[in-house]
Design a protein around this ligand. Structure first.
Ligand code: AVJ
Ligand code: FE
Length: 388
């Protein structure tokens, strides 16, 4: 269990990291919501603050005075049991509260929570745990901040850069190889002893058949071969849903690819760049990952194959689509009360992604981490690794 002092440090660092991410933005960038899945940066900053106010200060700090009675209405994301909220599609329609107001709100709550942590004697494990979840929650939103900023700037016809220092493309400069894993009974899930979300607990046994997994992520060059071979036009490679999705949306390439005067380019957080064939592929849907693997006459790993094999390969620059449906582990126990809404209620119709990405916050990745998204979504740094 994390100590009160360690938690104080984690809290301070985490709060500062979110503001660092936003320090490269102009005020106007904070408010835009181009599509429903993307939230305005201002909303992320407020929502992560509201989380500490709602689940910690309001409950445990005696005589805590809310910064503003309306914060819950504006910044509650999806906690139905907490009360009314702004509908998700309206997050970008709110010019008020202002960016300036949100920073004042952050300061107020950061100060109150720091004081609570540094002056309360012997806080219970339950309270420390909620604050710890609040920190990791904010780290999840740091990744969403970066990917939402990328969407906001990348959908702007001027294609402005976010930050010249942000390197997305970490090239894997080693020879391709296949890692053999033998059939057998393996244990998967988090062991406990350090932080993990409820969806990782319930360590349990699983049977794996023999398989071989690539030591490298699929690159842009490999995906280009699929495109040149007519992969997007070959119905036999696609799920029915995937085929409908590419045709309804006119999809013929990964997200953020642009053809300019015959040359393939890619929008990155550093701005528009020539597509680097050696870079790991990014911004594909599960449907595209699946079709590519079909074309290779291979497949995606299951989440458990990935978890068992991961110690033998390099990972961490792309979220890797797996073949696994996002389901509860056999002994899954969701948290009591409103925090029970955190993960469990999303365990239907989504796919698990494993690993982490260039946008993942520091100290926020581990081999048992289960990310999850609907199969068509591709604004995260998603890629794939093959299994045969
Ligand atoms: C795990 C990334 C799918 O985006 O809703 C943020 C993270 N959970 N606030 C999401 C999350 C609560 C979650 N994902
Ligand atoms: Fe959230």
């Amino acid at each position: 269990m994390i100590s009160q002092e360690e938690l104080f440090k984690l809290f301070s660092e985490t709060r500062a990291d979110s503001e660092k991410i936003c320090s490269y933005l102009e005020t106007e960038d904070y408010v835009v919501q181009p599509v429903v899945d993307i939230s305005p940066p201002k909303w992320h900053l407020g929502h992560t603050t509201w989380f500490f106010e709602e689940f910690v200060l309001k409950k445990y700090q005696k005589d805590y005075k809310l910064f503003d009675e309306n914060s819950a209405y504006v910044f509650n994301s999806y906690y139905e049991s907490v009360g009314e909220k702004v509908i998700r599609t309206d997050r970008g329609n709110l010019s008020r509260p202002t960016v300036d107001w949100v920073y004042k709100y952050r300061n107020y709550v950061s100060n109150a929570l720091s004081k609570f942590l540094s002056t309360s004697k012997d806080l219970s494990e339950d309270i420390l745990k909620v604050i710890e979840i609040g920190c990791h929650h904010e780290k999840q939103h740091q990744e969403l901040l970066l990917t939402d900023i990328k969407y906001i700037l990348g959908k702007n016809p001027l294609l402005p850069e976010y930050n010249q220092q942000f390197e997305e493309n970490i090239i894997q400069n080693f020879p391709k190889d296949w890692i053999k894993i033998s059939e057998g009974i393996y244990e998967v899930g988090h062991k406990g002893g350090s932080f993990a979300y409820d969806n990782e607990f319930g360590r349990h046994k699983t049977y794996l058949n023999d398989f071989e997994i690539s030591n490298k992520l699929v690159t842009n060059a490999e995906f280009l071969e699929f495109m040149k071979a007519g992969g997007y036009e070959d119905v036999l490679l696609w799920h029915a849903e995937g085929w409908d999705w590419i045709n309804t949306n006119g999809i013929k390439a990964p997200f953020y690819w642009h053809k300019i005067e015959g040359q393939l380019h890619q929008y990155t957080l550093q701005g528009l760049q020539k597509l680097n064939p050696d870079a790991p592929l990014a911004h594909i849907s599960y449907y595209e990952a699946f079709a590519f693997a079909q074309w290779k006459r291979m497949r995606l790993p299951t989440e458990f194959e990935w978890e068992i094999a991961q110690e033998h390969f390099e990972w961490g620059s792309r979220w890797e689509w797996t073949e696994s449906a996002y389901m509860p582990y056999p002994n899954y126990q969701k948290a009591d009360g409103a925090l029970g809404e955190y993960n469990g209620k999303f365990m239907v119709n989504q796919k698990v992604l494993r690993g982490s990405s260039v946008a993942t916050s520091t100290k926020h990745s581990r081999p048992t981490y289960r990310n999850f998204f609907h199969p068509h979504l591709r604004w995260q740094f998603t890629g794939l690794r093959l299994v045969k």
